[in-house]
Design a protein around this ligand. Structure first.
Ligand code: PGA
Length: 254
């Protein structure tokens, strides 16, 4: 089963709209025309419109960092799937550990967003991963199992092509500590098994599982060489065009 690598940049709450123009233009000039690896940038909402214009002729895809599960209405501060689609957004990160940690999102609330995304032709990048405490208590596999089962409850198998998962051990995010290649592969293989149980062999094997958590040019090749690591969700290193594009190059070589 061949899965095309996806390298996605999660810019988090960084870059003003004008700064994002520079960063996107630089990324676009380096990897904007290659098609061996799929590339996606996820700037803040306020930069999406500018980004969308800049990427019109580019192979680089646009993603958002979150969205509402609701279609429209009295939800002050929220952004709907339809609003994102209108800006040619293709991917949406959902259930990032920072959303879980600081904004009270749960497997159940994220599940609603995942279903709303796919109903609106957005591709969810559904994030899962254990905290340090959970890893030390040997709960990693149980935690990711609950996240996969509850977060993907009711996901239509007919839309399996649009599903992407990201395994991001919380203790590795923004800390400089990366999971070893073997640690990542162990969890990715386990998640693959869960997807096969949920969706069937062919379908479960077709879903891309990204690794995230201090991925950078120095460690990308080793992680991407693992059989069940199908790309990366890059935080810090995605804010520098050269670092981000080096990770894309590592995926092309892999
Ligand atoms: P990091 O973030 O690469 O800065 O660790 C990854 C993420 O949170 O998606």
């Amino acid at each position: 089963m061949s899965r095309k690598y996806l390298i996605a940049g999660n810019w988090k709450m960084n870059t003003t709209p004008s700064e994002s123009v520079d960063l996107i233009s630089e990324i676009n000039s380096i990897v904007g025309q290659q098609i061996q690896v799929q590339v996606c940038v996820c700037p803040p909402y306020t930069s999406l419109q500018k980004a969308s214009g800049l990427l019109e002729q580019s192979e680089v895809q646009l993603g958002a960092q979150d969205m509402s599960a609701e279609p429209s209405g009295a939800y002050t501060g929220e952004i709907s799937a339809e609003m994102l689609r209108d800006l040619y957004v293709n991917f949406v990160i959902l259930g990032h550990s920072e959303r879980r940690q600081y904004f009270g999102e749960t497997n159940v609330s994220i599940n609603k967003k995942v279903l709303a995304a796919v109903q609106n032709n957005l591709k969810p990048i559904y994030c899962i991963g254990e905290t340090l405490e959970e890893r030390e208590n040997n709960q990693t596999l149980d935690v990711v199992k609950a996240q996969v089962k509850e977060g993907l409850e009711g996901f239509p198998v007919t839309d399996i092509d649009s599903l992407v998962l990201a395994y991001e051990p919380v203790w590795a995010i923004g800390t400089g500590k990366t999971a070893t290649d073997e640690m990542a592969q162990e969890v990715h293989a386990y998640v693959r098994g869960l997807l096969v149980d949920l969706f069937g062999d062919t379908q479960g094997s077709s879903v891309r599982i990204l690794y995230g958590g201090s991925m950078k040019p120095e460690n990308a090749s080793g992680l991407l060489a693992q059989p069940d690591v199908d790309g990366g969700l890059i935080g810090g290193a995605s804010l520098n065009a050269k670092s981000f594009c080096s990770i894309v190059e590592a995926a092309i070589e892999s």
